[in-house]
Design a binder for this molecule. Structure first.
Ligand code: HEM
Length: 294
């Protein structure tokens, strides 16, 4: 059975904690990853493996590549690769803290925790700007075929997924300085009733990213959550797909690579990170790391 990590397809949990790890020089990460494979069920704990960790173990995953340097007029987005990404899903912040601690201990000294961010569902699934997020996500079988690698091209990868992760930080003062209708036109939907604004300008976020408007169509399964640390806050953008191609097509369009029109989102928010990971399938109740020789 090619079972995906269940947390990818489930609705968002009330709370989450994201962890990123770096591979330590000359470390042997096999044992650490083997322990994680036993501990991570793919549902409460979703795991993504970065290119450096795959290559350190002598593996090769077709379709896993480095996060490109994305640039557009006046913009160059950060690429911040990590060896390992863990998405802890839960409903008790203390439990998440302790689960994170156990995973950190389990992976040391081969993998060093470099980044921790706490996230949450806001107002039933809204970004901190107040706009509903995820409306146009594929659902049911479409969600599965969008997010999970099928049997056709790479049977050995069937059931796994690829995830693009970007931590966006909002500039709330800038956002608040926009009039309500300017904010609506930046998104391309009305905050009040989530209706799409047909005559929004081409810079509107949903005009830029309309998934059917790409050739080929560019569908992703977004599982983003608001994050906050002290006074800093924004959206942890998380998009699962069977390849990175749809995400890259969308982000290039947001940057106006072909037509010079930059997504109006950039007026009030910017990504602080950007990384790609491969999310292995579950076999026999544990993460299937056989492609990495584990
Ligand atoms: C701070 C960053 C972002 C915010 C606040 C944001 C917010 C939103 C909102 C409010 C919607 C409309 C409702 C919905 O369909 O979900 C939307 C749609 C969408 N966004 Fe974003 N987004 C962000 C970043 C991104 C990025 C980086 C991408 C991809 C590279 C992206 C791809 C999409 C797609 C594909 C849609 C659906 C478009 C459609 O088919 O109608 N978003 N986003």
């Amino acid at each position: 059975m090619n079972t995906p990590q269940a947390g990818i397809l489930l609705p968002l949990p009330p709370l989450a904690r994201y962890l990123c790890f770096a591979l330590q020089p000359a470390a042997s990460a096999g044992d650490a990853l083997r322990a994680l494979a036993e501990a991570a069920d793919g549902q409460a704990t979703v795991v993504g493996i970065g290119r450096a960790l795959v290559s350190a173990l002598g593996g090769e995953i077709a379709g896993l590549r480095g996060f490109p340097v994305f640039a557009g007029r006046g913009l160059e987005l950060p690429a911040t690769p990590a060896a390992l990404w863990v998405w802890l899903r839960g409903d008790d912040r203390g439990e998440l803290v302790h689960r994170a601690r156990r995973i950190e201990e389990m992976l040391a000294p081969a993998l060093l925790l470099t980044d921790t961010h706490d996230a949450f569902v806001h107002a039933g699934g809204r970004d901190l700007s107040g706009y509903e997020d995820g409306t146009e996500n594929p659902s049911g079988d479409d969600a599965v075929s969008t997010a999970i690698v099928g049997n056709e091209r790479y049977p050995e990868l069937a059931g796994s997924s690829f995830v693009a992760v970007q931590r966006w930080r909002h500039d709330f003062a800038r956002f608040d300085s926009l009039a309500a209708d300017e904010q609506d036109l930046a998104i391309g939907r009305r905050r009040l009733d989530n209706e799409e604004i047909d005559d929004a300008p081409p810079s509107a976020h949903v005009k830029r990213t309309a998934q059917e408007s790409f050739t080929p169509e560019a569908f992703v399964l977004r599982r983003s959550m608001p994050w906050a640390e002290g006074r800093r806050a924004g959206l942890m953008f998380v998009a699962f797909a069977a390849s990175f191609d749809p995400f890259e097509a969308q982000l290039r369009r947001m940057l106006g690579v072909d037509d010079g029109i930059v997504d109006a989102l950039f007026t009030f928010t910017r990504p602080e990170s950007g990384a790609y990971f491969w999310c292995p399938r579950i076999t026999g109740g544990r993460l299937d790391l056989s492609l990495l020789g584990l």
